[in-house]
Design a protein around this ligand. Sequence first.
Ligand SMILES: N[C@@H](CCC(=O)N[C@@H](CS)C(=O)NCC(=O)O)C(=O)O
Length: 262
Amino acid sequence: MAATEQAKVKLYWLEKSRAQGILWLLEELKVDYELELFHRNKQTMLAPPELKKIHPLGKSPVISVTAPGADKPIVIAETGAIAQYLSEHWGQNSTLVPKRWKEGQEGRVGGETEAWMRWMYFLHYNEGSLMTLLMMVLVLSTIKGPRVPFLIRPVTSVVVNQVFNSFIMPNLKTHLAFLEEQLATSGGDFLCGKDLTTADIVVSFALINYQSRFEEVGTWAEKPEKLYPKVWAYINMIDAHPGYKKSAEKIKEIDASYGIKW
Ligand SMILES: N[C@@H](CCC(=O)N[C@@H](CS)C(=O)NCC(=O)O)C(=O)O
């Protein structure tokens, strides 16, 4: 039996979190995994302190992988690192991870295929650039929302709207235009070409969960779906993907809700 089949994989799950994207990834890669569930503090929405016993930052997703014969598990945090590790061990010989080397160029600088270069880039881009911006939208929105006392909310709203106009909106437009161009030039419907890859699983999770907030950020010349039709076609295609739908059903069984809105 292959070591990957014997390895014990556990996903430390936090409700309403990026762990949902990792669950789809595990399902799509056909990894046999266990779940350990954690719930957010109802007031602060922070993760419970017990998650810090798994990894010092106390965030989710985190996975542990116990190889056959190993006396202790490897603990991996960060969406991109988790996706890379699982892809490298469970995704080889599948279309979920693009072939790395051009024929005859194995191990050479510049010998990588364009699809693999895109795959590597998007695994990093997701948390390094896209989610950083989208998290700012989430946090800033709460500063002008019902969690802020009614009397000071007009003041916080003015400040948040200024940040939305001066920083978030121009950056969001740049990202959406970039993704539109990447989808136009990938050679297929997905970010790395004609096949769904683990990079699509990671990036689409961010887009699906934040698309409804884009219009909160400011005034658009037209609806974002008209301005970035390929991005919207991509979101809708992933939304209808059977593997995605199945994972969303499983998530609803675990958590009673799907999504990261809170
Ligand atoms: N860059 C990290 C971000 C991890 C992260 O911030 N996770 C959130 C949930 S999506 C979390 O654990 N929040 C609870 C908290 O901050 O206490 C990753 O990609 O895994």
